[in-house]
Ligand binder design. Sequence first.
Ligand code: PPS
Ligand code: ADP
Length: 199
Amino acid sequence: MKTENTVWHAQHVDKKQRADLKQQKPCLLWYTGLSGSGKSTIANAVDALLFERGCHSYLLDGDNVRHGLNGDLSFSDQDRIENIRRISEVAKLFLDAGLIVSTAFISPFSADRAMAKNMLEIGEFIEVYIDTPIDVCEQRDPKGLYKKARAGEIKDFTGIDSEYDVPESPTLHIKTAEYDIAQCAEQIVSYLQMHQYIK
Ligand SMILES: Nc1ncnc2c1ncn2[C@@H]1O[C@H](COP(=O)(O)OS(=O)(=O)O)[C@@H](OP(=O)(O)O)[C@H]1O
Ligand SMILES: Nc1ncnc2c1ncn2[C@@H]1O[C@H](COP(=O)(O)OP(=O)(O)O)[C@@H](O)[C@H]1O
């Protein structure tokens, strides 16, 4: 830490008051999965359903965040760790604002996902494993990245020459090769409703 002479200021309005105003319980839907697994697609579908219900939510998406805040980071292991650390901190701020937050990052390392979870209060972190076999991701190849990675044009590509730790006990296990986009999104929204994060 290079910030030793700073002092934390308590704020008058707290997380619970902000959340009560919105009639929701803040939480973080942490989507993880391979490139092309469906993280962005499903997170967007869930966000749209939440919006329709009048919930106040926000989605932080890997590709978008890497255009701005994390534009200085590569896909080395070290930079992926820093990517997830920064996202976890940003997500925590959004939670403090009382929102239902979604993050859609590959987040390949289980230690980093555990770090994100440990930064939050019990019950706030919901790990959503978007489980899609790599051959299906590769067939979809929505951005043509697998083709490039196989041709050696992209190095350190997740699932090819960079590791992905499969979540051992995700809160939600979403199988996109078995259910369509709307069904996957509905599974997640139902969970939020059943556990009273939303009405
Ligand atoms: N080498 C390599 N490996 C994996 N992905 C790559 C790579 N290079 C570029 N991309 C594109 O970057 C998106 C992944 O960014 P993330 O921030 O989610 O990755 S990570 O969590 O830091 O591992 C990923 O987006 P998604 O396909 O939406 O997952 C790719 O579009
Ligand atoms: N059941 C499903 N769930 C999510 N995406 C699906 C599903 N079936 C097909 N797809 C397609 O797979 C692709 C997933 O891409 P994307 O959401 O960008 O993945 P990621 O964000 O994990 O890289 C999209 O083209 C989407 O239309």
